[in-house]
Design a protein around this ligand. Structure first.
Ligand code: UD1
Ligand code: CA
Length: 531
């Protein structure tokens, strides 16, 4: 008899790690060393009104993770001494989410004074007094930024021995962004916000991404001196650049060629755009690692998924959450796998499945539905129009057609006949069915749980199993078959069924009538039957 195995974590809990190789980040690093930053401060206090959503902006997801989780993961990759998120809007909800993404992440509260400068000031206030070293600032709504890019920023910052290094990019349409104002010698002078800019300044196409590396001391001192004398009446983080320059300190720019990495999400159109771009990058990374993706445009893969070599993914397939797929599998078309573990060489066609295991060489679908807790053993089969839940199905066992298997333990090499139902619910509680090894269970068998079937047992078609079946036994529900002759003519006179029955009777009665009814010569057989 097989034994129940481990229980899984949920997708939202997300603690289960895929066992296969991780997909690498899509963009390479300059590969320069830098010292460990003193802190990364992720800004996430803004309201995000343009999202028009009951969900805080930074909690919206792409690629299987919230925008904020992407930002935290990229920052965590730098291994900063302190990692902190500044919150305000929907504070408790966002704080709880941060704790679930990264329990060691600190949370700082922004007060009622507005602006990115104030947000960083509040962030610094929650860190140890007199913090020195490098402080990196990123945004919670910029999800494609990679750790590699942040490393490059630090490398540039240290190479220039600067007070501030700002990540910039050149945009064909710079509208809405802060512009980088450079000196005649090309060095960065200051950053001017769109709303505060002159007509000439608005022509500048180099924009502020909002991502920076700061010297902690310069940052703290500059913020303390800043006011809110601007069109928006906010304390601008961008003004730190001008202050540092005025004090004769170096301000550098790190120009990011991969501009999407600096793009933020402000509305649901940008959410979809960056979601599609992230997916494009994830699908490409999977192909670089050896997966064969037939239709990248209709394949959606979360950043947390791993896929083995030479596995073929067919169109309209979603691989989500902590899913890991082995090598040499065939997945899809039209398949959604969430938090799944799929062994090498498995085939999964037109299937919806979550929190389950498909063993190596196993076959699933077409049109299968695997609910949480299904474990299909090596070379097993869950076939067409089959639903499973909390079902441990041993190696080589098969449920080929039209069945529901809930709360079951099935041994190895057993066959479950078509249209069988594991009757697990008595209206009050769920019960388990246990079936042994090498059983041959007939079609349309009902297992009224709790019930146990021993090794090697057989069941006849249409059996209702209410009591345990010993090993090697045949179980049949052999209520006698009853025939009520002429029931249709009597109870459904004049119906199509009655006419068809009459034609059959006439055919049986004689050659002449029979020929007229059936259109063929019945010969001696008709006479034979007449007697
Ligand atoms: C900011 C920059 C701008 C830059 C742009 C890039 C300033 C003054 N301007 O403008 O130069 O081109 O980002 O996207 O910094 N936030 C807080 N607390 C606040 C305000 C904002 O935490 O009081 C957070 C938001 O949650 C968001 C980030 O800071 O994650 C940026 O805020 P947002 O209002 O979008 O800044 P922009 O006006 O776009
Ligand atoms: Ca913004």
């Amino acid at each position: 008899m097989p034994r129940p195995r481990r229980v899984f974590g949920s997708r939202t809990g997300g603690r289960r790690r895929p066992s296969g190789p991780r997909l690498p980040g899509p963009v390479g690093s300059l590969d320069v060393t830098h010292t460990r930053p003193a802190a990364v401060i992720v800004l996430a206090a803004g309201e995000g009104t343009r999202m028009k959503s009951a969900t805080p902006k930074v909690l919206h997801t792409i690629g299987g993770r919230s925008l904020l989780h992407h930002a935290i993961a990229a920052a965590r990759g730098l291994d900063p001494v302190h990692l902190e998120v500044v919150v305000r809007h929907e504070r408790d909800r966002v704080a709880a989410h941060i704790a679930s993404c990264d329990p060691d992440c600190l949370i700082a509260d922004q007060d009622e004074i507005k602006g990115t400068g104030r947000a960083v000031e509040c962030g610094l206030a929650a860190l140890p007094d007199g913090l020195t070293g490098t402080v990196v600032v990123t945004y919670g709504d910029v999800p494609l930024l990679t750790t590699a890019t942040l490393r490059d920023l630090l490398a540039v910052h240290e190479a220039q021995a600067g007070a501030v290094t700002v990540v910039t990019s050149h945009l064909a349409d710079p509208f809405g962004y802060g512009r980088i104002v450079r000196d005649a010698d090309g060095s960065v002078l200051r950053i001017i916000e769109e709303k505060d800019a002159s007509a000439d300044e608005r022509l500048i196409t180099e924009v502020n991404s909002g991502i920076y590396a700061f010297d902690a001391v310069v940052l703290r001192e500059a913020l303390a001196g800043l006011g809110t004398d601007n069109v928006q009446g906010e304390k601008y983080l961008t003004d730190v650049v001008g202050v540092a320059r005025a004090r004769g300190r170096t301000v550098a720019a790190y120009v990011l060629a991969d501009v999407v990495q600096a793009e933020g999400v402000n509305d649901k159109i940008q959410l979809a755009k960056l979601g599609a771009e992230l997916n494009r990058r994830t699908v490409e990374a999977a192909m670089r690692e050896g997966a064969i993706i037939r239709d990248p445009a209709t394949t959606w893969i979360d950043t947390t998924v791993s896929i083995g070599r030479d596995t073929v993914v067919y169109p309209n397939t979603q691989l989500l959450g902590a899913t890991s797929v082995g090598a040499d599998c065939e997945i899809g078309p039209d398949t959604t796998l969430t938090d799944m573990e799929v062994g090498d060489g498995a085939t999964v066609c037109r299937t919806q499945a979550s929190l389950s295991v498909i063993g190596p060489g196993a076959t699933v679908g077409p049109w299968a539905y695997l609910r949480p807790g299904t474990e299909l053993g090596a070379d097993g089969k869950i076939g067409t129009f089959v639903e499973t839940k909390n079902a441990h199905i041993g190696a080589g066992s098969r449920i080929p057609h039209l069945s529901y298997v809930g709360d079951a333990t099935i041994g190895t090499g057993t066959n479950i006949g078509a249209a069988s139902v594991f009757v697990n619910y008595d209206g009050v509680a769920k019960h388990r069915t246990v079936i042994g090894d090498q059983c041959r269970m007939g079609s349309d068998t009902m297992y009224v749980a709790p019930v146990t079937v021993g090794n090697g047992a057989y069941s006849g078609a249409g059996t209702v199993i209410r009591h345990d079946v010993p090993a090697g036994a045949l179980v049949i529900s052999d209520a006698p078959q009853r025939i009520v002759e002429g029931w249709v003519q009597e109870h459904r006179p004049g119906s199509e069924s009655a006419r068809a029955a009459a034609a059959a009777a006439a055919a049986a009665e004689g050659p002449v009538a029979g020929e007229a009814a059936s259109g063929r010569h019945t010969g001696d057989d008709g006479e034979e039957q007449q007697r």
